[in-house]
Design a protein around this ligand. Structure first.
Ligand SMILES: Cc1cc2nc3c(=O)[nH]c(=O)nc-3n(C[C@H](O)[C@H](O)[C@H](O)COP(=O)(O)OP(=O)(O)OC[C@H]3O[C@@H](n4cnc5c(N)ncnc54)[C@H](O)[C@@H]3O)c2cc1C
Length: 359
């Protein structure tokens, strides 16, 4: 770890000690506190890798990993900035025009904008190349029609990242284009989809004749697939793929309720966590070197998700000795767990990406 990363960890812990929040499992999906996200921005703890002119600190992906790990370990409320800071900013910095970078990156670094991801559709989840939403040229802009599903946080978002088909090609990976939409554009209708806890994070997003200005295209028209594959390293290779249930693990340890059997199993879990952290570090180093380690990120996600589920199994027999706060963490973990192997790409698909070593 670099000196800078250690310093960043200290600064995150400082803020966490000052902030009033209840730790949550799966906090990056369901811990929503825009004021907290903005405070992170004010303290220079967001957009760590971005250029200074766009509100960043010109640090490394290893530095960013340090910040993310500290936040997730603590179960801090990070949902408001997570997708925008993790995916959209880096994607705009990589592929966006100067105009788009200036329009969005400083605001994302301050957590003023909240992005939702409009990728999945009823028949296009793991297989994003099956996207059917269309964007057709209209004057100097585009007219969008289609239906997106599982759009997390769209009801609180200021903007939507959209993957749409701009031409019909024989190769289904061709003809896709990325856009940025304002959520208050006429023609966008949201319907809530409640999760197992009965909470509202997901939405169905219907797009009917939505006008998108021409300058809101990210990168090259028709190159959406290649660009989105790069984005997936950011989405799959981070610590949110192994730390979603960490607050439960930590709470059980702190409560002192682990018996000898559980302590033995805990050593095995700790060993696995060490390996997962090492891989996240290697993914961050590869990204710092300018690579898009898609297969490695898929491997981290696949094994990270099984670690997250095994933490729940480990905690289960100890529940009779647990207090209310540990039980609350356990309930959050259990109800979130069916999603672990699906979100960001289904487990079998990760195995297929790993097997192919696909770029
Ligand atoms: C908590 C959560 C949050 C999400 N947030 C968002 C969001 O904000 N924006 C967004 O766009 N999407 C979001 N999604 C959608 C998510 O990315 C998709 O659910 C995911 O990509 C899987 O797609 P699917 O649901 O269509 O399932 P499918 O891909 O259809 O998979 C269904 C089953 O078929 C299997 N399968 C599919 N393809 C293959 C294959 N090639 N080989 C072997 N088996 C296969 C899968 O393993 C799975 O068991 C979210 C999902 C969850 C659970």
């Amino acid at each position: 770890m670099t000196g800078t990363s250690g310093e960043l960890r200290r600064r995150v812990r400082e803020l966490l000690a000052e902030w009033d929040f209840t730790p949550r499992c799966d906090a990056w999906m369901s811990g929503y506190d825009p004021a907290f996200s903005q405070e992170l921005g004010r303290r220079g703890l967001l957009a760590v890798t971005w250029p200074k002119e766009f509100g960043g600190a010109e640090g490394s992906n290893v530095d960013r990993l340090a910040v993310s790990e500290e936040l997730l370990r603590a179960g801090a409320p990070v949902t408001a900035h997570w997708v925008g800071e993790r995916q959209l900013g880096p994607s705009l910095l990589r592929h966006g025009t100067r105009e788009l970078q200036e329009e969005f990156c400083p605001g994302l670094a301050r957590a003023e904008y909240r992005f939702a991801l409009g990728m999945s559709e009823p028949d296009a989840g793991s297989d994003l190349a099956a996207v059917r939403t269309t964007a057709v040229r209209e004057g100097d802009g585009w007219r969008v029609n289609g239906r997106k599903i599982w759009t997390s946080g769209a009801h609180r978002a200021t903007h939507l990242y959209l993957l749409a088909r701009t031409s019909k090609e024989e190769d289904k990976h061709a003809g896709l284009t990325e856009f940025v939409l304002d959520m208050d554009s006429p023609g966008i209708t949201l319907s809530p989809i409640l999760d197992l806890r009965g909470e509202h994070h997901f939405n169905e997003t219907v797009l009917e004749d939505v006008h998108v200005p021409g300058h809101r295209v990210i990168g090259r028209i028709g190159a959406g697939w290649q660009q989105v594959v790069g984005q997936l390293s950011f989405e799959r290779g981070g610590p949110e793929r192994y730390l979603s249930t960490y607050p439960l693990l930590a709470a059980v340890v702190r409560a002192g309720i682990a018996d000898d059997i559980a302590l033995g199993e805990l050593r095995a879990l700790a060993g696995r966590l060490t390996i997962l952290r090492r891989w996240a570090l290697e993914t961050a180093l590869a990204m710092d070197a300018g690579h898009t380690p898609v297969a490695r990120a898929a491997m981290s996600k696949y094994l990270g998700n099984s670690f997250e589920r095994d933490v729940i199994e480990w905690a289960r027999p100890l529940l009779p000795h647990a207090d209310r706060s540990v039980r609350a963490l356990y309930d959050q973990a259990v109800t979130a767990s069916p999603a672990f192997g699906l979100r960001g790409g289904a487990a079998q698909v990760m195995l297929s990406v790993i097997a192919k070593g696909r770029k």
